[in-house]
Design a binder for this molecule. Structure first.
Ligand code: PCA
Length: 123
């Protein structure tokens, strides 16, 4: 079964860990509802819930198969609590669908605030 996954960081097209999604299906660009924001964790980002007037986070929706999703969960440290994969609210046209994302699971205070769109530092 396929799962819709919102990616906002290193899994995006052109970014470092995108090869993990290479044989999956790109659905389209997407943005969360207000109330989410992104911090820089040192070369990769963490999305967290934020004030209701935060403008939301930009990313991409992908349709991923179960095997890929299991590999991503391992890669993103879900078992260790680094990220939690959970459904989050996206703006239309995804507002009536379940779409999961990796939400940062640890303490974010003191990290640089990125805001709406994380971009990979030049390598
Ligand atoms: N990888 C996942 C979560 C943060 C990261 O760098 C993503 O791209 O959505």
């Amino acid at each position: 079964m396929a799962t819709l996954l919102f990616v906002y960081g290193t899994l995006k097209r052109g970014c470092r860990n995108h090869p993990l999604l290479a044989n999956q299906a790109y659905v389209g660009p997407a943005r969360t509802t207000p109330g989410f924001t992104v911090y820089d964790l040192g070369g990769y980002p963490g999305l967290v819930a934020a004030a209701a007037d935060a403008p939301g986070v930009a990313g991409e929706v992908w349709s991923v198969d179960a095997e890929c999703l299991a590999a991503l969960d391992t890669f993103e440290g879900v078992a260790e609590g680094l990220y939690r994969r959970e459904p989050l609210a996206l703006q239309a046209p995804y507002d009536r669908q379940r779409v999961d994302a990796y939400v940062y699971g640890r303490e974010i205070s003191g990290r640089p605030h990125v805001g709406t769109e994380w971009r990979e530092p030049r390598r």
